[in-house]
Design a protein around this ligand. Sequence first.
Ligand SMILES: Nc1nc2c(ncn2[C@@H]2O[C@H](COP(=O)(O)OP(=O)(O)OP(=O)(O)O)[C@@H](O)[C@H]2O)c(=O)[nH]1
Ligand SMILES: [Mg+2]
Length: 415
Amino acid sequence: MEEDGEGKIKPRQGRLEAFGMRVGEFLGNTTQVAQRTLRWFTVSEERVAEILAAVREELPTTEALLIGKPQAGKSSIVRGLTGVSAEIVGQGFRPHTQNTQRYAYPSEELPLLIFTDTVGLGDINQNTEGLIDELLGDLAQETKRARVLILTVKINDFATDTLRQIGERLRKQYPMVPCVLAVTCLHEVYPGALVEHPPYPPDLPEVERVLTAIQGDFAGLCDRTVLLDFTLEEDGFTPVFYGLEALRDTLADLLPEAEAKAIYQLLDEGAGEQLGTLYRDVGRRYILAFSVMAATVAAVPLPFATMPVLTTLQVSLVGVLGQLYGQTLTPSQAGGVVSAIAGGFLAQAIGRELIKFIPGLGSVVAASWAAAYTWALGEGACVYFGDLMGGKKPDPQKIQGVMREAFDAAKQRFN
Ligand SMILES: Nc1nc2c(ncn2[C@@H]2O[C@H](COP(=O)(O)OP(=O)(O)OP(=O)(O)O)[C@@H](O)[C@H]2O)c(=O)[nH]1
Ligand SMILES: [Mg+2]
């Protein structure tokens, strides 16, 4: 292991506030082995920044440019693909420019998905040129990210001239960027008697007729069309995300292999069924994204030992989860939480196993192990933050238990 005692993550200047104190108490419960393990798993702040930059370079990041009129369903697509609302995805979100906003998932510093959302596209819009310029400027930037245009149209909206013009301009200049036509709000044209979605894809003359017209309007512009109906839970349609699998498959077909694989992993396991609103469920979507990253980076050679890279990912994950639970953590504090949780877990749950591997641990770990370990840590952090939020003292025993279970389940999943 490259990391040693010099410059690990420490709370700054003895400014251990309430949060850090709790971490301290928590730490007090870990064994000596854990304390030792902790040292192996700490990473200096400068190193964290370096690692983040290197990891970001390797991530199979997809940038989706969502273009559509207000209320066309763009934010709903963000919610479908990430499991969280655009407002939550947008935490740490900066207004991009006048006509577009940008959201990064799961986080700005380590994005797997970036959404550029047009906000200024009206019917009669003097800003169209400005918007086109912004989008062209976006596309002009050199990047390793895979990009895709998603033109979003409500199924009963035929006033789509501006959208088509924008699409044409972008396509003309960037013909290599694939383009998807996403037709939303399907149920609005269902015959009155139909109160549920038919099996996907819907085979209804009403849908077919309108779709033919829309496709005519966008002829030659889009590589693929996807039919969607992303309703709200209270609308009572099942699945809530009707067409999500088709969207996933379409994106996967159009994107390079690595990005396609990441999207598959992110939308694994019935993501379209239902979305919980509980913290834990939202948290899981973030944990999943970081676990996918952990597997990704474990599989590529980075100029750092794997363990510090995982620790760095986990520090970021804990920072994001903390935010979800209303705790704003400095990287140092997040590092403290990771150390406390990871140290205890590694020592107590798989300590013996681990000791055997420690000489090799710093250099290479299996992708599935990296993912499962990250998953377990995220689950542990949710319990930790949940307890804090409920005014309880985090219970190390409970956290260890949750992590052990999560680790075993995740090992299966990421195998
Ligand atoms: N039934 C149904 N409702 C949808 C669908 N997509 C979006 N909606 C609803 O339409 C409304 C607008 O959807 P958004 O996803 O916020 O649309 P938007 O394009 O982001 O809108 P702006 O941010 O205002 O430009 C919300 O109430 C959504 O729940 C869909 O496919 N089916
Ligand atoms: Mg929106």
